[in-house]
Design a protein around this ligand. Structure first.
Ligand SMILES: Cc1cc2nc3c(=O)[nH]c(=O)nc-3n(C[C@H](O)[C@H](O)[C@H](O)COP(=O)(O)OP(=O)(O)OC[C@H]3O[C@@H](n4cnc5c(N)ncnc54)[C@H](O)[C@@H]3O)c2cc1C
Ligand SMILES: *[C@@H]1O[C@H](CO)[C@@H](O)[C@H](O)[C@H]1NC(C)=O
Ligand SMILES: *[C@@H]1O[C@H](CO)[C@@H](O)[C@H](O)[C@H]1NC(C)=O
Ligand SMILES: CC(=O)N[C@H]1CO[C@H](CO)[C@@H](O)[C@@H]1O
Ligand SMILES: CC(=O)N[C@H]1CO[C@H](CO)[C@@H](O)[C@@H]1O
Length: 272
């Protein structure tokens, strides 16, 4: 009798947890849902981190590492949709963060910069072909420019938070000025604590006593910093097209497989 009661109790507890505590991923692929802005943190004159609430404090967005969402708004009589990569991942519950650079002439980025706390955005996803699998590659080289840091940061944070993940990461991150470097304190903190993650910053206009690199990402810099191309090395690119196109070309000379016009999961060179 006692074993049966215990078994019934176990089933009841399991059902309780599934029905009342297990939250489903919130994101829907083919339906725009509204999420309210709950916090705005300005990072520079033209960029900030925007935090949006999920319906319940235990909810997760449900975004695979390395993928992005679509944001839609009705602007000047037209439906405009743009892509954004949250800097938070599903280890964060109850909200998601977007790091957005606003362009004065930009449709969605300007729309978001003008939101007040409590205003909502329309979000759909996940989108994208990249799939991050821990330890699938021994080395990942990353080249980012400006807001192109967002997918890289998402992957770096996932590696840093997973003690089982031994992937060696080398990030080359180019910007115009020191003030333009997004997420620098967060990146520096991760680098300090994780010997497998390295970052080399490059600036067009460096301040005095700048210890990082200067100028564009050249073939020489790629040769010096990127991991050696082997079957277990991947190269991720995100930034202005002139930057990603020139890195794609140089990488072939370093032994990486030629990048496809549109990147697919498992490509050795993946452009976000
Ligand atoms: C997969 C993916 C992920 C992305 N993730 C992010 C992210 O996390 N954060 C983020 O801020 N952006 C991200 N972007 C870029 C974003 O999707 C928009 O392109 C950007 O916010 C501009 O959109 P907009 O509607 O404001 O401007 P638009 O209406 O598209 O453009 C208006 C004006 O802005 C200028 N402009 C637009 N984009 C750029 C640019 N990249 N560089 C210089 N000038 C530009 C145009 O020349 C034009 O004058 C991502 C893009 C992709 C494809
Ligand atoms: C984006 O904004 C510009 C002007 O700022 C406008 O010319 C353009 O048509 C807009 N794009 C869309 C898709 O509405
Ligand atoms: C894992 O790596 C192999 C190459 O070693 C590649 O063929 C495969 O597509 C990769 N998988 C993912 C999910 O990246
Ligand atoms: C040195 C370098 O790579 N500078 C880049 C800084 O970021 C801007 C915006 O993405 C790029 O256009 C520059 O090339
Ligand atoms: C790998 C490593 O150095 N991990 C350390 C990161 O920092 C925390 C405390 O902030 C330590 O507990 C870890 O050992």
């Amino acid at each position: 009798m006692v074993p049966i009661i215990l078994a019934l109790l176990a089933i009841a507890i399991t059902v309780y947890f599934f029905v009342f505590n297990k939250r489903q991923p919130v994101l829907k692929k083919d339906e725009f849902q509204k999420f309210p802005l709950i916090q705005k943190t300005l990072l520079s004159h033209n960029s900030g981190i925007y935090r949006f609430a999920l319906p319940h404090p235990d909810d997760v967005l449900g975004l695979p590492i390395g993928q992005h969402i679509s944001i839609q708004a009705h602007i000047n009589g037209k439906d405009v949709v743009r892509s954004y990569t949250p800097t938070s991942n599903d280890a964060h519950k109850g909200y998601f963060d977007l790091l957005i650079k606003s362009y004065p002439e930009g449709n969605i980025s300007k729309h978001i910069a003008e939101l007040n706390i409590g205003d909502s955005i329309n979000v759909r996803g996940p989108k994208g072909f990249y799939e991050y699998v821990p330890n699938n590659y021994t080395h990942i080289g990353m080249v980012a420019g400006g807001t192109g840091i967002t997918p890289m940061f998402q992957i770096i944070e996932a590696i840093a938070n997973n003690p089982e993940d031994k992937t060696e990461v080398q990030l080359l991150y180019g910007n115009q000025t020191e003030a333009d470097i997004l997420l620098k304190p967060e990146l520096d903190k991760i680098v300090k604590n994780h010997s497998n993650i390295k970052v080399h910053y490059l600036l067009d206009k460096p301040p005095v006593n700048w210890e990082g690199g200067v100028g564009y990402i050249t073939p020489e810099i790629l040769n010096e910093f990127l991991p050696t191309a082997t079957a277990k090395t991947q190269l991720l690119l995100c930034g202005p097209p002139p930057m990603t196109n020139s890195v794609k070309k140089s990488a072939i000379n370093l032994g990486f497989a030629k990048a496809k016009p549109v990147s697919k999961a498992g490509d050795q060179i993946f452009v976000f």
